[in-house]
Ligand binder design. Sequence first.
Ligand SMILES: [Zn+2]
Length: 217
Amino acid sequence: MKEKKWLITLIVLAMLVSLGILASRLFFDNNNGTSLEPIRRDPTAQNNSEVDLLILVNKDSKIPDDYHIELTKLDEVEVARVMINDLVGMRDAAAAEGISLSVNSAYRSKAEQQKIYDEIADKNKVALSGYSEHETGLAIDFALQSDDDGKDMKTWIWLSRNAYKYGFIHRYPEDKAHLTGISWEPWHYRYVGQNAAREMFEQDLVLEEYLLINATF
Ligand SMILES: [Zn+2]
């Protein structure tokens, strides 16, 4: 009889200890925020989270030598693969409003940028190789339509009002040349992704300002 009592006491104790361990596990899992799901990542894939959509390239900030981005063909040019869905979406939306978006220039290799620089007479108008945003694959120069006249540049006006919805920002506004180092270029758009583009559009920020505000020191 005495042995049976001991056995019951031991079983109850064991149950209490297991419950305690379980409770503490639940408690710590909830508090340290660790996910029980393993993070799976395809090392060969390049998606939005792996591409630095906010990379800064300007006359003071050179593109890194080991910079790499997946490119894809669009008509006659190459653009960063990450932007293709948004770019096509933007083109369709513009077409629905009678605007035909065509691309004058997009990705340029370092050599291509150097060639343009070498050939132009006014060196202030073109960035030196390594310092052009076009080398990131994330910049696009849009052409005007043939029926755009000198004053009513409807293609560029449409872009200035709508591009941010598709993740593109007007990179060189007239009133921010002192910050960007580049004078007004109504045709040059830069892909930064939809969230950042919306924030920059709503707060009237160029990339230099946006990065400064969001910098983590
Ligand atoms: Zn450009």
